[in-house]
Write a protein that binds this ligand. Sequence first.
Ligand SMILES: Nc1ncnc2c1ncn2[C@@H]1O[C@H](COP(=O)(O)OP(=O)(O)OP(=O)(O)O)[C@@H](O)[C@H]1O
Ligand SMILES: [Mg+2]
Length: 255
Amino acid sequence: MSAALQLDDVAIRFGGVLAVDGVSFAVEQGDFVGLIGPNGAGKTTLIRIVAGLLHPDRGRVRLSGLDVTEEGTAARVRAGLALTHQIVRPFRQMTVLDNVVLGAGYRRTSSPFRALLHVDRRHENARAAEILALVGLGGAEKKLAGSLPLGQMKRLEVARALAVDPKVILLDEPLAGLNHAEAAKQVETIAEVHARGITVVLVEHNLEEVMRICRRLIVLNNGQVIGDGEPREVMADPVVHDAYVGGGMVSHAEA
Ligand SMILES: Nc1ncnc2c1ncn2[C@@H]1O[C@H](COP(=O)(O)OP(=O)(O)OP(=O)(O)O)[C@@H](O)[C@H]1O
Ligand SMILES: [Mg+2]
C-alpha cells in the first residue's frame, strides 16, 4: 500500500533563505507524526508545500501514491488532505455551523457556486453539527465565528478541516496560545480524530503533549530533517538536543 504522504527531496528558497532544504520522508496510513523543530525551522513552509499553498523549487509530493506536486489545493483536498493554519482564520461574520458546512462543500467542487448547488443543507447541517460535537463545540453552532475565544476558534479550525472528510490532516500548532485545560481538550480531540483512522501530522512546540501523543517524531532544523523515529529515541539524540538548546527553542506560548 502506498504511503499516505510521501515527500521526495522537497526544497524551497525565499531569497537568501533555504526554508526547506531537501526533505524526504513518508508517512504511513494511520500514523501519528509530530513535526517539530525550533522557530524558523521550516515546518509551516513544508506543510504549506504539502497542501499546495506553495510550489516547491524542487522535489515531489505524493498523496496515497498520487503525485500532486503540480496540483492546486482543491485537487489535494479531493485526494484526502486537510490543513489547519497556525494563525486561525475562520469566516468571522458567519456562524460556527456555516463555517463547517462551507468546508464540506469544498471537497466536492472548487467552485463556490457549484458547491452551493450541491449542498443538501439538512444533511450538511447535521453532519457539521456532528463534527462540532466531536471537537467540543456542540451548542456553539449559531454563534458568530468571530465571537469565539481563541481556544474555541482553534477547535473550529480543526472542525473545518474535518469537514472535508480527510484521510490525512496537517495541524499547524493547534495548541499554540491555549491554556492548560484548553490544550488538554484539543489534544483529546486530535486523539479522537486519529482514532477514527485519520493520519495525523502535528506541528507543535508543546513538546510535553507531542511526546505523549505522537508515535513518531520528525525534527526539522534549518529546513533539513535532523531526526526521525521513535519520540524518546529522537529526543535523546544529541544532534536534536543541540538544535533546540543551541537554536534557542522558545516556548509555545510565543509562537
Ligand atoms: N513567505 C516568506 N517569505 C520569505 N521568507 C519566509 C516566508 N515564509 C517563511 N520564510 C522564512 O522561512 C523560514 C522557515 O519559516 P517557517 O515559518 O516555515 O518556520 P516554522 O518552523 O514554521 O517556525 P515557527 O515555529 O516559528 O512557526 C524562516 O527563516 C522564515 O523567516
Ligand atoms: Mg510555523
